[in-house]
Design a protein around this ligand. Structure first.
Ligand code: AMP
Length: 484
């Protein structure tokens, strides 16, 4: 097995890796770091949770330790699709670059231009940005990209979903032809392939197994629920959610409650708070400082229940999430994998429970097809009387609220404004603002259903094969390093 010491990283970086407690490189790290250090382009096909952030930050820090930054001309550039992901990459840099004296700036929306300009004016080694904010700075003449020696595109498939590919192409064209490119995507949709064929030069291709098929440390279950009176369904689902939480007892220490729509995120958070739970909402309509504040509160354990839309599901590395509650079945099967992958991280165990109303049956089937196993049906704790049904809420009118229609359409360049949720209020489910051609280019995978052990609806959670992206599994997996 490869060791970090074999990877030719600088001694300072090795020290930082040791301080982080990493013992062995994950497959994406073992595969991507050597060619990156040789100056080659790298095409990494890996999901979040595989250790991919370190697979590009560690070699970058090693390579950038030689040389100095010039004013307004960053030496390297990392593009991430959302503010949160960009902030997370920046955090990783801070951890791994301890003692390396490299300067860094984070360019994301919701933060004043002035502060960011000051940093850029002084000269930065590493610029981490969302595409929209980066181009804003460029267009204001505050930034030159002609000094970029290394460019990283992280979560390219998410960029595609969000309509940022034209921005990425533009940014590529503003950087020198001679730059080194490290490009990461969970999947290779035809549009992504086109970009990599155009902008990468003879890349080392490193592919690691999809997280969706690995991991056995997340216990999953779904509760089928039908309301006798349709209009009571939202309220009854919230009652059921609380019953599920109560049923988990002390094992539930920190949880994310996912809803498909922003309006429901707010309603569910409000409802939980009203019933005495420590809950806060997070979604793309909140301003950036509030989003950061809520995330920080959740990370620090000050907030126990994070009610979230899918903006919080992808990529974020929040340790110690004991439970995921899917208040709604996600309407895109991959989102299920991303959502439940927020628990069971770093080898810990996790629980993922989901409420499924009859109209979600089709989406549930899609999920089961994708993950290639059935999600066990669990008893409704309220129906069995195992949990005293919490009191109904006194103000149903607030919860029956129809989602507001919004005319707002975001331009792709407002990446950092979380366009993923721009128009979701009028849809039954949140869906990234996908361009038509992106949809066409990224057909949804429909693996053959492996229908097997649908056996009863009782608690079968301990038989469940879970999934997730905890590290021991990835470390154990082999990788494919094909050099073209
Ligand atoms: P990422 O895929 O970059 O979001 O990383 C997922 C998690 O894995 C983060 O919490 C990292 O700190 C952690 N991690 C990255 N590399 C290693 C490693 N070699 N050993 C153990 N944990 C790691």
């Amino acid at each position: 097995m490869t060791k970090f010491a074999d990877l030719k990283l600088s001694p300072k970086v090795l020290k930082a890796v040791e301080a982080a407690g990493y013992e062995t490189p994950t497959p994406i790290q073992a595969g991507a770091i050597p060619p990156a250090l040789e100056g080659r382009d790298v095409l990494g096909i890996a999901q979040t949770g595989t250790g991919k952030t370190a697979s590009f930050t560690l070699p970058m820090i090693t390579m950038l330790s030689r040389g100095r930054a010039r004013a307004r001309m960053p030496r390297s550039l990392v593009l991430a699709p959302t503010r949160e992901l960009a902030a997370q990459v920046a955090e990783n840099f801070d951890n791994y670059a301890v003692g390396s004296k490299l300067t860094k700036a984070l360019l994301i929306g919701g933060v004043s231009f002035n502060e960011q300009n000051k940093l850029i004016d002084r000269g930065v080694d590493v610029l981490i940005a969302t595409p929209g904010r980066l181009l804003d700075h460029f267009e204001r003449g505050k930034l030159m990209l002609t000094g970029v020696q290394i460019m990283v595109v992280d979560e390219a498939d998410r960029m595609l979903d969000m309509g940022f590919i034209p921005d990425i192409e533009r940014i590529f064209s503003l950087t020198p032809f001679t730059r080194q490119t490290l490009f990461f995507s969970a999947t290779m949709a035809p549009e992504i392939e086109r970009i990599t064929n155009t902008f990468l030069s003879n890349p080392a291709k490193v592919e690691v197994a999809r997280a969706a098929t690995t991991g056995e440390n997340i216990t999953q279950g779904v509760i089928k629920f039908r309301s006798a009176v349709k209009r009571n369904e939202p309220r009854e689902k919230r009652d059921l959610l609380r019953a599920l939480i109560e049923n988990e007892g002390d094992t539930c220490t920190s949880a994310i409650v996912f809803c498909n729509r922003k309006v429901d995120v707010d309603t569910v958070a409000k409802s939980l708070k009203k019933h005495g739970y420590n809950a806060e909402p997070i979604h793309g309509d909140l301003d950036q400082s509030r989003r950061m504040e809520v995330l920080a509160g959740f990370r620090d354990g000050k907030i126990k229940f994070l009610c979230a839309s899918d903006v919080a599901a992808r990529g974020l590395d929040i340790p110690n999430v004991s439970h995921i509650f899917n208040f709604d079945v996600p309407s895109h099967a991959e989102d299920y994998v991303h959502r439940i992958g927020r628990t069971g991280r770093a080898g810990k165990s996790g629980v993922a429970l989901m409420i499924c109303v009859p109209r979600d049956d089709k989406n549930l089937e899609d999920i089961e097809r994708l993950v290639k196993h059935e999600i066990p049906r669990l008893d409704n704790p309220m129906a069995s009387g195992a949990t005293p049904a919490p009191k109904s809420e006194p103000k149903p009118e607030t919860v029956e609220e129809k989602p507001k229609r919004t005319r707002r359409t975001r331009k792709p360049k407002e990446a950092d404004q979380a366009p993923v949720e721009a128009k979701t209020a009028e849809k039954p489910a949140e869906k990234p603002a996908t361009k038509p051609e992106a949809k066409k280019d990224a057909p949804r995978e429909k693996p053959v259903r492996q229908n097997n052990q649908r056996g009863g609806n009782n608690n079968q959670r301990n038989q469940v094969k879970g999934m997730g992206d905890h590290l021991p599994d990835f470390i154990a997996k082999s990788f494919d390093d094909r050099r073209n």
